[in-house]
Structure formats: structure tokens, C-alpha cells
Design a protein around this ligand. Structure first.
Ligand code: GDP
Ligand code: IMO
Ligand code: MG
Length: 432
């Protein structure tokens, strides 16, 4: 019956993968509804012998790691078929059964020319670049909106596929050769490349919206897992420094085909500090040794591109915004353990812009670019908290920090992460 959405409340890498994995055994389906292999989710799984194993997922939903949970790639995702099969093969080689995977026939495919256009556009933009992951995400969503995209179902009709590739390349080759001075692609090469995946992809493909509808009618639980995050959402993020998809709770509906009213719980994943990869405004960013402290404590390097993540303090204006835009019912506050060892921990409670106080995100993006955080300083803690399993196991100062974040952030903090492992978690209010 219930559909539950998990969304990122900041600029990504909040720990959505771990949260999804945590809930995996309580749900029947996990659906990726937006983005593609720009996402990078690190999930650490306990093994029967007490050791742990680490998995890095990009395109596949994190639920693929939970036996008995059906992983679904929804219509809102853009799929790089080469990456899909590399990821499937990588997991199978490590003993993970991926045969239950379902892939929407309506999902769009990232064609090789879109990877190329993503990279050359960034080079062309120079100092105005977005800092994309270079995976072809933006150009593929642009093709979808422009109605020249290639969908998964097109792989099963060679003549339709050829016609669509011809149409797309007429435009793409002009752009590549005349604007960017690069070599174009031939229709034959693209069609051959895409068709080479057709037989292998066929068993996974179905009407995923119908599948999920039937599951909900049959009282199954569906978890909708976002890639990216609220501030990277194409509508609600720090445009143009965003990804090209709908990463917020609204996108969970359009990207899966599950009706909005069916989604009755929205879990916002929020890090106990803030990080961002790529360009764009970030008011609480630190350029000093405290920023280095956070990067080192949280090992803040991109799972997808390996880039060092920009680091800064917790921004409750951003959290409140995410709570409002997504209708967050519960927050999972991750990586609290990474703040251990600080004399004091600042929380951004508002911004000052040209002498004007802002409790909410400024309406004008230029204002956000030079928003100065207003901080409240809370006393830090030095105890190792990774073994905490209940709220009362936390030092008083860590509890006070969580409680203050909760007061400022527009929804209750139900779960707290104290380490990367599945069980390194404090549950204040059970999520399911
Ligand atoms: P996602 O993209 O939102 O799934 O997040 P990423 O996987 O890109 O980045 C989050 C990183 O933090 C991963 O390496 C996780 O294993 C790790 N992580 C998640 N929750 C916690 C936590 O509570 N404490 C610590 N120390 N690490 C965590
Ligand atoms: P997860 O799911 C953090 C950022 C890129 C860039 C912008 C646009 O792991 O949280 P794109 O390639 O999507 O066109 O790049 O978005 N970005 C992410 N940052 N985590 C992600 O995913 C991201 N996916 C894209 O760095 O600034
Ligand atoms: Mg990530």
C-alpha cells in the first residue's frame, strides 16, 4: 500500500544509498526515478562472518543489494546501457543476484553523442561551466524535452531506432562539427552500438508504472530512491548549477508513474554538515582548515568522479527549504560521527544579504550567490559516537546539536547515522 520517497535534502551525497539499504529488507520494491550514472551511492553491507563489504552503485537502485527486494529503474531515469551491464556484471561477479531487475520501456537511453556533447560543452563554457559528471546526463534530458530522445523500447524496432538516430544526428553532428569543431558520429555506428544491447536488455524491460501500481494495490511497499538532491533539482535547485532532472518528491511521481497521492511518506536525507561537488553557490562553504577537517573526517571525495567535495557547516535554511519543497515527514541526519572532535559546531540559521536578513532561501539567485551565513555556535564533543545505538548513548552536546538541527529544519529527525555501516545507526522514530 504505502509508497515512500527518499530524497536528498542538500546538494547530494547525503547518504541516500545507506538509508535505502537500511530500509531494503522492509520494502518489496526499490525504484530509482531520476538521474542516471551521475549518481554515486556507497553502501557498506555486513557479512555473515562479521566483516563488511563495500559497494559503489551508480545506475542501479541501492535496493539491488537486498535479497527479495525488486529493483526497478523507472521512466524518469536516463540509462547508459554500457554502464548498466558493467554494473550488473560487477555485482554478479560478487555474488549479487540481479535477475529481478526491471527497467522501464520509457526510460531514455544515453547515446554516445550525448556523452561527447556533455564533455565538449563543459570545455566550451570555460569559467561558466557547471562541473558536470561528464556522463551525458544533461544532453540526454534535453533530447527528451526536445522530443528527439531514444527510449529503451526503441531498441526493439531497428527501423524506428534508425529513423530516430538519423533525426537526432542531423542536429547533433551540426553542433559537434560546426560549433565545437569535433568529429561527428555515423548513423550506422550509433545504431550498431545501441542494437548490440537489445537482446540482453529485453528480459528486464516492462511497463514499470503498471508493475508498481499493481504492487501497491496488492499492499506491497514501494520505496522511491532519488539520485542527486533538492538543491540540484532542475526546478528547485540552484539553477543553472543543477542536474537536469527532478530530484525532489514531485519527481518521484513523474519518474515512476506512481500517482502523487499514493506517496504518503517522504524521508529527507540530510548530512550533519554540507557538501557539494561541481560549481555553484554554497553559502556555508569553508575554505580553511575546518573545511579540510570535514573532508578528511567524512572522506568527502566523489563516488562517481573522485573529485574532492566542497565542505561547509550545516545549513538549516537549506534543510527547511528541502522540508517544504518535498513535504519531508522524517529526516535521516547522517554522518554525525564526522563532527566528533570539534570545540564548537556552527549551524547556519539564516542569511544576511546586503544587510537584509533572510530566514528563507532568497528568491533571487544572485542574492543566494553572496548570502552570508548567520551562525549559532553549539559546543562540540570529543567522545567516539560510532557505537551509539540509542539517542541516550550520545554525549549531551551531540544530542543538543541534533535537537537544535531538528528545531531549525522543519521536520523531525527520526534516524541518526553514526558510521557508514548498516547498523551504525540510531533510530529515534522507526521509519517504516
Ligand atoms: P549518496 O549519493 O547520497 O548515496 O551518498 P554517497 O554514498 O555518495 O556518500 C555518502 C558517504 O558517506 C558514503 O561513503 C557512505 O558510506 C557514507 N556514510 C553514510 N552515512 C554515514 C554515517 O552516518 N557516518 C559515516 N561516517 N559515513 C556515512
Ligand atoms: P548522488 O546521487 C553530488 C552534480 C555535478 C554537477 C551537477 C550537474 O550521488 O547524490 P550532471 O552530470 O548531473 O549534469 O552534473 O550536478 N551532481 C552530483 N553531485 N551527488 C550526485 O549524485 C550528483 N549528480 C550530479 O557534480 O555539479
Ligand atoms: Mg553520491
Amino acid at each position: 500500500m504505502p509508497a515512500i520517497a527518499i530524497i536528498g535534502a542538500q546538494w547530494g551525497d547525503e547518504g541516500k544509498g545507506k538509508a535505502t539499504d537500511l530500509l531494503g529488507s522492509s520494502v518489496d520494491y526499490v525504484v530509482k526515478f531520476n538521474g542516471g550514472n551521475n549518481a554515486g551511492h556507497t553502501v557498506v553491507i555486513p557479512q555473515p562472518d562479521g566483516s563488511t563489504e563495500k559497494f559503489a552503485l551508480h545506475l542501479l537502485p541501492s535496493g539491488i543489494l537486498t535479497p527479495g527486494c525488486t529493483p526497478v529503474i523507472g521512466n524518469g531515469v536516463v540509462v547508459d546501457l554500457k554502464v548498466l551491464f558493467e554494473e550488473i556484471d560487477g555485482l554478479e561477479a560478487r555474488g549479487i543476484d540481479t535477475s529481478d531487475l526491471k527497467l522501464s520501456a520509457n526510460a531514455h537511453v544515453i547515446a554516445p553523442y550525448n556523452r561527447e556533447i556533455d564533455k565538449v560543452t563543459e570545455r566550451f563554457l570555460g569559467s561558466r561551466r557547471i562541473g558536470t559528471t561528464g556522463r551525458g546526463i544533461g544532453p540526454t534530458y534535453a533530447d527528451k524535452m526536445n522530443r528527439i530522445g531514444i527510449r529503451v523500447q526503441d531498441l526493439f524496432d531497428a527501423s524506428i531506432l534508425r529513423g530516430k538516430v538519423e533525426g537526432a544526428l542531423e542536429l547533433k553532428n551540426q553542433i559537434l562539427t560546426k560549433v565545437y569543431n569535433r568529429r561527428g558520429f555515423t548513423v550506422d555506428a550509433i545504431v550498431e552500438d545501441l542494437l548490440s544491447y537489445a537482446d540482453r536488455v529485453r528480459p528486464y524491460v516492462c511497463d514499470t508504472a503498471l508493475l508498481l501500481h499493481d504492487a501497491l494495490v496488492a499492499d506491497k511497499t514501494v520505496l522511491l530512491e532519488a539520485g542527486q538532491a533538492t538543491l540540484l533539482d532542475v526546478d528547485h535547485g540552484t539553477y543553472p548549477f543543477v542536474t537536469s532532472s527532478s530530484a525532489t518528491a514531485g519527481g518521484a511521481s513523474t519518474g515512476s508513474g506512481i500517482a502523487p497521492a499514493r506517496i504518503n511518506q517522504v524521508i529527507g536525507i540530510v548530512k550533519a554538515y554540507t557538501t557539494r561537488v561541481g560549481e555553484g553557490p554554497f553559502p556555508t562553504e569553508l575554505h580553511d582548515d575546518k573545511g579540510e577537517f570535514l573532508r578528511k573526517a567524512g572522506w568527502e571525495y566523489g563516488t562517481t568522479t573522485g573529485r574532492p567535495r566542497r565542505c561547509g557547516w550545516y545549513d538549516s535554511v537549506v534543510a527547511r527549504y528541502a522540508a517544504r519543497i518535498n513535504g519531508v515527514t522524517d529526516f535521516v541526519l547522517t554522518k554525525l560521527d564526522c563532527l566528533t572532535g570539534l570545540e564548537e559546531v556552527p549551524i547556519c540559521v539564516a542569511y544576511e544579504v546586503d544587510g537584509v536578513h533572510h530566514d528563507e532561501m532568497p528568491v533571487n539567485q544572485s542574492d543566494f550567490h553572496h548570502a552570508v551565513p548567520v551562525y549559532e555556535y553549539l559546543p562540540g564533543w570529543f567522545e567516539d559516537i560510532s557505537g551509539a545505538r540509542s539517542f541516550d548513548d550520545l554525549p549531551e552536546n551531540a544530542k543538543a546539536y541534533v535537537e537544535r538541527c531538528e528545531e531549525l529544519s522543519g521536520s523531525r529527525i527520526s534516524v541518526i547515522g553514526v558510521g557508514p555501516g548498516r547498523h551504525e545507526t540510531v533510530v529515534r522514530h522507526p521509519l517504516i
